[in-house]
Design a protein around this ligand. Sequence first.
Ligand code: PAF
Length: 281
Amino acid sequence: MKIIRTILELKSFVSAAKTDGKTVGLVPTMGALHNGHLSLVERARKENDIVVVSVFVNPTQFNNKEDLRTYPRTEEHDCMLLEKIGCDVAFIPSVEEVYPEPDTRVFDLGKVAEVMEGKHRPGHFNGVAQIVSKLFAMVEPDRAYFGEKDFQQIAVIRRMVELEGFKLQIVACPIVREADGLALSSRNVRLSEEQRGIAPNIAKTLKGSLEYAKSHTVAETIGFVTDKINSYPQMEVEYYEIVNGHDMQPVTDWNDSDYVVGCVTVYCGDVRLIDNIAYKK
Ligand code: PAF
């Protein structure tokens, strides 16, 4: 596996591969890799000749300085995992390499970015659009892989792709969970032992709500999930929204869409966790 730190070297590697007729899959990450990321790399490995994984903690998508400061950084371990799984290129640029000058672009991401994470983390999705558009321009991948844990992010990236006219396939991959149901996240390492024991109740409650939803309204189901999660110590729901999975807009009736997804954000102590579940797909 090649470790590349400059855009020039990345572009020259990719362009040589393309000249040889090879397809390129990109897995953008912020490092602190876990099995969720590795499932994306495995999928990319199956579907492309060359797999590029970017490892870059993107400052422009953090609306909270403390979150950026404490975001786990485990480069050596990440490289070891990527090498083992058969990644071809780990692209690990510095902040100065990616942003030689401030990125002032403001994307018209529209309504998919106005709700949920967009409302609670102002500027977050614009920062995601900035970095992902830069990576797409650098790598020009045939396919790019994202995990469905960040369900809304995928919709935002699709919108950015439409705006910028990138020609690639966005591949959405299923959430990977621990044996007890907790969705894998780089933030899980920040949970205390006690919090780690409680956190699986997020997924358990979401799963339990599938049965509840069969005989209750959308509003009742939102109340059920919120109250149940809040009943656990140290857990506080920031929002639970049940949305149309195509455009992220809240639904009020189960028949409002053929694709209905519940998206939750929970503070477990000071660790912010997200998860989601499809009621209809
Ligand atoms: O999902 C993430 O880890 C990040 O938002 C991404 C897509 C790598 C952009 O920094």
